[in-house]
Design a protein around this ligand. Structure first.
Ligand code: NAD
Length: 283
């Protein structure tokens, strides 16, 4: 039987590196999908022959599509796990007072790179993941575990990073919407919402000042991964990580029975409505 195969994005550092290391220790073959060539190759080298570095900028769809194909083939036509983890903070402040104008006098767009990396790349990653999981049966796979990294900011907010907050809320929404659907074919979709974990995401001067009692260790992230790996029915879960604890956070309560009916029992209406939408015509 071949080894299970995983992809971890942003695995050159921080949470991704900890998860990749953990997976190798559990007998996985792991692809380190990382934009930074120096940290990505060093991570793969330190983990030995069961790790492979594939330089990838997840914000490029083409780069991710190549990553998944290469990982699947390296794994012996098998893919079992993906942690869509790469993330960045906002590259331009929404509150900026120095907006620039183009030649026509129109305000140039806000830099939304954090949305592309933190949310759009995660959605495309899930799109690619399910394609290869469905084609892994012959090599001994066929069940998949997809984990995304949201943030505590995806449950609360971070006023300094409004786009980051939006992207992380998006990951929570994706998990809750797609998790219950994909599990029907053996693919679980969950996300982690870490509190403060000291990594390279954080500016060094903040790391120095941060109070020790508010630090969540990397081991809480790997604890969550173990919870997902150990349960084929756990899906759609948004797990807040704080200190050494996992908190399984639920959607807000339904406001009333009407909202509950729309949320849980109106599926037949939606299916009928969407069947009539000419989606292929560019909607
Ligand atoms: N550290 C925290 O306190 C914390 C809290 C909540 C959420 N998160 C989330 O955890 C995830 C991992 O961050 P981390 O804290 O380990 O930070 P990190 O900076 O140590 O690691 C992130 C890695 O992602 C890589 N990366 C960035 N853009 C990329 C791209 N376009 N393609 C491929 N790789 C890319 C970086 O090079 C880096 O190696 C992020 O999604 C972050 O938003 C972190």
């Amino acid at each position: 039987m071949s080894k299970p195969v995983g992809i971890v994005t942003g695995a050159g550092s921080g949470i991704g590196l900890a998860v990749a290391t953990h997976l190798v220790s559990k007998g996985y073959k792991v692809v380190i999908a990382e934009m930074n060539a120096a940290t990505g190759s060093a991570a793969a080298e330190s983990l030995g022959p069961d790790a492979k570095f594939i330089q990838t900028d997840v914000s490029s769809y083409l780069a991710q599509a190549r990553l998944f194909k290469e990982a699947y083939e390296w794994g012996g036509n098998r893919l079992d796990f993906c942690h869509a983890n790469a993330g960045i903070d906002d590259r331009q402040y929404l509150y900026d007072q120095n907006e620039e104008l183009d030649e026509a006098g129109l305000v140039k767009p806000l830099n939304t790179k954090s949305m592309q990396v933190n949310l759009e790349a995660v959605i495309q990653g899930l799109w690619l993941f399910k394609y290869y999981v469905r084609r892994s049966k012959e090599a001994g796979g066929g069940k998949g575990k997809f984990v995304a990294t949201s943030s505590a900011a995806g449950l609360y907010m971070m006023t300094t990073n409004p786009q980051y907050t939006s992207s992380k809320y998006g990951v929570v929404g994706l998990t809750r919407a797609a998790g219950p659907v994909f599990v029907k074919e053996g693919i679980t979709v969950n996300c982690i919402c870490p509190g403060f974990i000291p990594t390279n995401l954080c500016p060094p001067h903040v790391l120095e000042l941060w109070p020790k009692e508010h630090i969540t260790p990397l081991s809480t992230a790997t604890k969550a991964i173990d919870a997902f790996l150990g349960d084929d029915t756990m899906t759609g879960q948004t797990v807040e990580l704080s200190l050494d604890q996992l908190y399984f956070r639920q959607m807000p309560e339904w406001a009333n029975d009407s909202q509950k009916w729309i949320g849980t029992e109106s599926l037949a209406f939606w299916e009928e409505a969407y069947a009539k939408v000419p989606q292929k015509a560019g909607y």
